[in-house]
Design a protein around this ligand. Structure first.
Ligand code: CAA
Length: 289
């Protein structure tokens, strides 16, 4: 593989909020997409996520119905990661849980036949180096941090570890811009990268305001949308990201930097314990049911 245009077979591991978005944009770019899921139930949920997002795109005139149908035909599902042997690029987008990611990377390493295949992780906060070391090919392992909703937001943070080969980095960055039409920023292999290093303290501060009774969620959100022109307020955004994901990201960032502003407030932990995960579970700081 010498050219980005030659990346035509993409694998996506996981079909949650982020994996579904990754599958959608890859298929939209004309690529053959294989999605690894853990069960037929997660396949059905993943398919539904993609179909809902595409229905939105069709309703907004961003996508024709024929284009939607052919896009969906380019996405297939498997419960066997062994089926990834011929993939040239794999993006892992499972929960922010290091042991799970390490296991997946070790499996991918054993399965991928192309020595130049790129193994990317959509982690928000875990060390790319530790993930890379789960494989025998750390030079090909790299972070690609997409933003939710993936089909709408243009940014990808590209995060190389100290062992990532420059050629893999450059090839992937060119693929993201030329093929997927994204904008790339280079970010350091430090928990939170660039965007979450700024965003997470803001979201945690908003939660602390709710927790202490300083202000109501709706007022905080109205303040930031109407007063600072943010597209959505911090608590609605937290619900969109997923409170479990945010809790994991903030915990990991706090662990690495020991910065109190990163620490997840107890309210966030209790909401996650209670299954109040935000939009995806129907209830978080707001009710979506
Ligand atoms: N494909 C292509 N375009 C699509 C689409 C799809 N599947 N679905 C929607 N769109 C387009 C729509 O057509 C619309 O485009 P126009 O503005 O040109 O009409 C645009 O996307 C917005 O979509 P909607 O109208 O459906 O939604 P909205 O206007 O209510 O905006 C939002 C919703 C995009 C979520 C917006 O509120 C927003 O940008 N919020 C902030 C999100 C954010 O900050 N995300 C980052 C989270 S951090 C993260 O993800 C990383 C982490 O590690 C925590």
């Amino acid at each position: 593989m010498t050219d980005n245009a030659e990346i035509s077979r993409v694998g996506v591991v996981g079909c949650g909020v982020m994996g579904a978005g990754l599958a959608e944009i890859s298929a939209k770019a004309g690529l053959d997409v294989l999605v690894a899921v853990t069960s037929t139930t997660s396949e059905q949920a993943g398919r539904k996520r993609i179909e809902r997002s595409l229905a939105n795109a069709v309703a907004k005139g961003k996508l024709g119905e024929d284009e939607r149908d052919s896009l969906l035909e380019r996405i297939t599902f498997t419960t066997d990661i062994g089926d990834f042997a011929d993939r040239q690029l794999v993006v892992e987008a499972v929960t922010e849980h290091e042991p799970t990611k390490l296991k997946i990377f070790s499996q991918l390493d054993a399965v991928l036949e192309d020595d130049e295949a790129i193994l990317a992780t959509n982690t928000s906060s875990l060390s790319i180096m530790r993930i890379a070391r789960a494989t025998e090919r750390p030079g090909q392992v790299i972070g690609t941090h997409f933003f939710n909703p993936v089909p709408v937001l243009p940014l990808v943070e590209v995060v190389g570890s100290l062992l990532t080969e420059q050629s893999a980095h450059d090839r992937l960055a060119a693929f993201l811009t030329d093929v997927l039409g994204k904008e790339v920023v280079r970010a350091p292999d430090r928990s939170g990268f660039v965007v979450n290093a700024l965003l997470v303290p803001f979201l945690m501060a908003a939660m602390r305001m709710v927790e202490s009774g300083f202000a109501a969620a709706a007022d905080i959100d109205r303040g930031m949308t109407l007063g600072c022109a943010h597209p959505m307020g911090p608590l609605r955004l937290a619900d969109l990201i997923g409170l479990d994901t945010l809790h994991a990201v903030a915990t990991e960032m706090y662990e690495e930097h020991k910065e109190p502003l990163h620490a997840p407030p107890p309210l966030l932990a209790r909401m996650v314990d209670g299954g109040l995960l935000g939009k995806k579970s129907g209830r978080g700081f707001y009710d979506y049911r």
